[in-house]
Write a protein that binds this ligand. Structure first.
Ligand code: C2E
Ligand code: CA
Ligand code: CA
Ligand code: CA
Length: 278
């Protein structure tokens, strides 16, 4: 039994080493991702449910590492936040998305706004407003074509004067949306004070709403609340025709999900936009 215990411990210890090594390897590679140009943005169309037409796109970060393969943002964004690398990476994301949007605008194919995800760390860094203004200047994108998505927890963090920064961004003419709505614990009173124009209903409520009565009730309640606060609503993770029907019936205006399109490389998104226009 003793021997087995020792083996079990060794197995556990080496398992920990493997995980620690994997994290170090990931962090090491993440430090070089910008200079090695390993990042790309994909774009997922947002669909106006009433007309079925594209009404915007969300930029989603992709990392293709020659050593590690394709790394999911769910795996590397938390690490980028912990290490502070989200600051230069986030700036790259915004510059790339605005440059792309400005090309689509010049080509006459851009529909609606291009949305970029911001992390809470970027608000804590204290110069996000200046950074956004500089990038709009550099890329020539009019502010009305940009939307910034922040999560409920970022919006609720009163310490870093998020409210003041959001108001400055809004004053530039940028649209703001609350991402993953329903997964945090925002108070409605506070939500009303935020200068946001869109709520994005988290995909966890959409996924099963065709057979789970609780999820259907929550989704319907969020939609009706957003409507009474005069906010636009985007349902995320719409995969099924049954989802689309439900959302349309309950007054949801926009949706995003595999039913319409997966996130696409920029060139494919451009073709998608051009085709959608014709
Ligand atoms: P998110 O902002 O909630 O993005 C939506 C996620 O849902 C994306 O995952 C998208 O690919 C996925 N998705 C879209 N339609 C469907 C569907 O019909 N079914 C299912 N099951 N999934 C769908 P992705 O691209 O892996 O991104 C994961 C998260 O990483 C994002 O969640 C966002 O929080 C974060 N992220 C991605 N890009 C950036 C970025 O540039 N900056 C920051 N700060 N975070 C980012
Ligand atoms: Ca998002
Ligand atoms: Ca989301
Ligand atoms: Ca999410």
């Amino acid at each position: 039994a003793k021997a087995r215990g020792k083996n079990a411990f060794q197995f556990y210890a080496s398992d920990m080493n493997v995980r620690a090594m994997a994290r170090l390897e990931l962090e090491f590679a993440l430090h070089r991702v910008l200079e090695r140009e390993e990042l790309a943005l994909y774009y997922q169309p947002k669909i106006d449910l009433a007309s079925g037409r594209c009404c915007g796109a969300e930029a989603l970060l992709r990392w293709f590492s020659p050593d590690l393969g394709s790394v999911s943002p769910a795996a590397f964004i938390p690490l980028a936040e912990e290490t502070g690398l989200i600051i230069p990476i986030g700036e790259w994301v915004l510059r790339t998305a605005c440059t792309q949007a400005s090309h689509w605008l010049a080509q006459g194919v851009l529909e609606g706004r291009v949305a970029v995800n911001l992390s809470g760390r970027q608000f804590a860094s204290g110069n996000i407003v200046a950074m956004v203004r500089r990038i709009l200047d550099e890329t020539g994108l009019p502010a009305g074509f940009l939307e910034l998505e922040i999560t409920e927890s970022t919006a609720m963090d009163v310490d870093s004067d998020v409210l003041g920064q959001l108001s400055s961004l809004r004053a530039l003419g940028i649209a703001l949306s609350i991402d993953d709505f329903g997964t945090g614990y925002s108070s409605l009173a506070y939500l009303k004070k935020l200068p946001v124009s869109v709520l994005k209903v988290d995909q966890s409520f959409i996924k099963d709403l065709h057979h789970d009565r609780d999820d259907a009730a929550i989704a319907a309640a969020i939609i009706s609340m957003a409507r009474s606060l005069e906010l636009d609503i985007v349902a995320e993770g719409v995969e099924l025709e049954a989802h689309r029907q439900f959302l349309l019936q309950h007054g949801c205006t926009m949706a995003q999900g595999y039913l319409f399109s997966r996130p696409l490389p920029a060139q494919e998104m451009g073709r998608w936009l051009a085709g959608d226009k014709a």
